[in-house]
Design a protein. Structure first.
Length: 26
């Protein structure tokens, strides 16, 4: 996961993205 185009998002965004990915996966 490279973050060159955008800066590192807050931990909240990361957690939300993780949850969304988990939902999409399953």
């Amino acid at each position: 996961m490279k973050t060159a185009t955008a800066p590192l998002p807050p931990l909240r965004s990361v957690k939300v993205l993780d949850q969304l990915r988990d939902r999409i996966r399953y």
